[in-house]
Design a binder for this molecule. Structure first.
Ligand SMILES: Cc1ncc(CN)c(N)n1
Length: 231
């Protein structure tokens, strides 16, 4: 079988994604030693991240040129809103945080930078830009989930086991595989100049993923604390 575009992408992102497995937040989660305060910060930031990510799926649907692509985006949107974000709502309830409170989380600088980047490249380009901007998100979490699931006790951990199980599950793997398939279909026949641009989006989002783990590990918000507007 000839090389798929995602095989080419893998060669670029592999070193970045392997570094996630060495990141203290991811390592701590997999080993079950992560401080819950850090996880709570990730949870809240990730919830508002996923709201924007869902918006991208809707944008992908709107930009689709055929019903098959539109359906894939609609399924990804459904999976994010109902399966993935439900994991967040369940964890939030363990911290005594309601879904409404989660939704009101003020996005940190890294969350804002990441979602703004994805929305910008997706709005500027066609449907292939939308897929490229969400690919690292779905695929790298599945990569991490499946990797961590092989670590001793990770899936059975009383607090973090649910996280590992969801991101390594067949359902989440299917969402990630659908994204990869769509990327390969949309990249087929594109000139090298356009492939390089798509590759850059996947590399940039992979680096932003690393920054997101850093943000959670270091409880980052914004460099200067300002009073929150009443909402
Ligand atoms: C930041 C981030 N990247 C990816 C995923 C997996 N959808 C996520 N939940 N959060």
């Amino acid at each position: 079988m000839s090389e798929q575009f995602t095989d080419r992408l893998w060669k670029r992102v592999e070193p970045i994604w392997n570094s996630y497995l060495e990141h203290p937040f991811v390592k701590g989660l997999g080993e079950g030693l992560l401080e819950q305060e850090k996880f709570k910060h990730w949870l809240k930031q990730d919830y508002v991240y996923l709201v924007e990510y869902s918006r991208l799926m809707a944008l992908g649907s709107a930009k689709s040129n055929d019903l098959k692509t539109m359906t894939t985006f609609a399924n990804l949107l459904h999976g994010t809103l109902n399966m993935e974000m439900d994991l967040h709502r369940q964890y939030a309830s363990k911290f005594g945080i309601t879904a409404e409170e989660l939704e009101k989380t003020d996005a940190a600088s890294t969350t804002t930078a990441y979602t703004s980047y994805m929305l910008n490249v997706s709005q500027r380009g066609g449907v292939e830009n939308v897929v490229a901007s969400v690919l690292a998100c779905a695929w790298s979490y599945n990569f991490i989930g499946k990797e961590i699931a092989t670590w001793s006790g990770a899936k059975d951990h009383e607090f973090y086991g649910h996280w590992v199980e969801m991101y390594s599950s067949d359902e989440f793997t299917e969402l990630a595989e659908d994204c990869k398939k769509l990327m390969n279909e949309l990249a087929a026949g594109k000139p090298e100049r356009e492939l390089v641009e798509l590759e850059e989006i996947v590399v940039k989002t992979s680096l932003l993923e690393y920054m997101f783990w850093d943000m959670a590990e270091n409880l980052e918000e914004w460099p200067v604390k300002v009073e929150e507007a009443a909402r």
